[in-house]
Design a protein around this ligand. Structure first.
Ligand SMILES: Nc1nc2c(c(=O)[nH]1)N[C@H]1C(S)=C(S)[C@@H](COP(=O)(O)OP(=O)(O)OC[C@H]3O[C@@H](n4cnc5c(N)ncnc54)[C@H](O)[C@@H]3O)O[C@H]1N2
Ligand code: MOO
Ligand SMILES: [Mg+2]
Length: 398
């Protein structure tokens, strides 16, 4: 049987480049930058006042002046007002431009204002205080975010600040999610006593949306001809097919045969892991990738996170998530010679260690306990006894 490592290598040997596209900057969250974002002015673009108070020339303090005539009030966004002589000051607000004739800001808390005069205690006042100097953060033309970086909320703000209405980002693959099974009805329907509602496609879609993808969703019944026709259509119209269900040993598990009939090359079927042993992966005409996940919801979810997202990040040129390790907080046993992905909750202890607590459950059909699961702990296949205090690699979800 294919090992987890072999499966991962076969998948990662099939990275793709889908090109670039320009998108409105506020819709770029989760995408990958394909251009640098540069400062269109110095940052800050002018000497920016950082405290509400008065602006003076420090020379006045050196000359022993401690009472100033208020000449004007300058708000943020106003043109700067100059001080004509050392006895003058400007009331000035945070965010305003420092007038060229001033070099020191004294905050209101340290000023007494009466009859148009501002008095201060000169002790402790430093020249240049409370000023965010022009260009100290970044210089005009300096790179603020680089091609290859994941667009985060902070980067969206940075793009806005430099007036980039559109960003060049890497194009995402066109993905279709295909669930299968006659026992499944839609969310708004009432299942018969023999049916259940679909849940996999919604979970898969939500995960993909978190990663900036906009997949289409399709459901196919357990009918070999319809299965073939629908998959054939998807192979012509999408870059990636994410199937769930219909790939095991059941009499109505038609997917592997349909994929074979449609000349999709099987790269592996069955991986030495639990959940997700029946996982099927293949490729059509060196172009379309087919991830067929086992239908049990925990298996679909684990394989999606563990394999598809690893492929997606690599394809987009994002650094793979740094491996995260956690300490198992109680003994655990798992006999079969399969790589076990243990559902865990994470917390940190008072020594600052990341701790993993197993989530009780009833196998990979128990999708309700996914709601309590934050990560999968990767327990090595060659072992069956795992002790409290041992450290293992952890796959956490966003
Ligand atoms: N004789 C064997 N039987 C099974 C084996 C095996 O090795 N030998 N493997 C088991 C394992 S492990 C898994 S996982 C499942 C995988 O089955 P399929 O991929 O064929 O999936 P289905 O049979 O279609 O469904 C399995 C299970 O999951 C539910 N399901 C499917 N799709 C959805 C969905 N979109 N939303 C919610 N739930 C879904 C479905 O109702 C079934 O209960 O096979 C085992 N059997
Ligand atoms: O893949 Mo199955 O998930 O072990 O139930
Ligand atoms: Mg089945």
């Amino acid at each position: 049987m294919t090992t987890v490592e072999q499966a991962e290598n076969l998948i990662l040997a099939r990275l793709r480049n889908y090109g670039d596209e320009s998108v409105p900057f506020d819709q770029a969250l989760g995408k990958v930058l394909a251009e640098d974002i540069k400062a269109d002015r110095d940052l800050p673009p002018f000497n920016r006042v950082t405290m509400d108070g008065i602006a003076i020339s420090f020379k006045a303090i050196k000359d022993g002046i401690n009472t100033f005539r208020i000449k004007a009030t300058q708000a943020a966004g106003d043109e700067p007002v100059e001080i004509d002589d050392l006895n003058g000051c400007i009331e000035i607000m945070t965010g305003a431009v420092l007038p060229a004739s001033a070099d020191t800001i004294i905050r209101y808390e340290d000023v007494e204002i009466k009859d148009g005069l501002a008095s201060i205690d000169a002790e402790g006042i430093k020249q240049g205080q409370n000023i965010h100097v022009q260009g100290i953060d970044k210089r005009l033309g300096e790179v603020l975010a680089s091609a290859g970086q994941l667009v985060t909320p902070a980067i969206i703000g940075v793009a806005a600040s430099v007036g980039k209405t559109h960003l060049l980002v890497k194009k995402m693959p066109k993905v279709v999610i295909i669930s299968s099974g006659d026992e499944l009805v839609d969310v708004h329907e009432m299942p018969s006593p023999y049916q259940i509602r679909k849940s996999n496609s919604y979970t898969v879609k939500a995960v993909l949306q978190q990663h900036g993808l906009q997949p289409n969703v399709l459901h196919i019944p357990d009918d070999p001809e319809v299965t073939k026709t629908q998959i054939q259509h998807c192979l012509q119209n999408y870059d990636v097919l994410l199937l769930s269900g219909g790939i095991s040993m059941g009499k109505f598990d038609y997917i592997p045969q349909a994929l074979d009939d449609l000349q999709v090359t099987k790269l592996f079927h069955k991986v030495a892991q639990r959940p997700g042993k029946p996982f099927w992966f293949g490729q059509y005409k060196d172009k379309v990738l087919v991830f067929a996940f086992p239908g049990n919801p925990v298996a679909t979810f684990m394989c999606l996170n563990r394999y598809f997202l690893t492929w997606l990040n690599a394809t987009l040129g994002l650094p793979q998530q740094l491996p995260v390790y956690a300490v198992l907080d109680s003994d655990f046993q798992f006999g079969p010679a399969l790589q076990y992905y243990l559902q865990v909750k994470l917390y940190s202890n008072t020594q600052g260690q990341l701790m993993a607590s197993p989530v009780e459950g009833n196998g990979s059909g128990d999708f309700a306990n996914l709601a309590d699961t934050e990560a999968f702990l990767e327990l090595p296949l060659e072992r069956s006894e795992f002790k409290q205090g041992e450290v293992f690699k952890v796959w956490r979800f966003v």
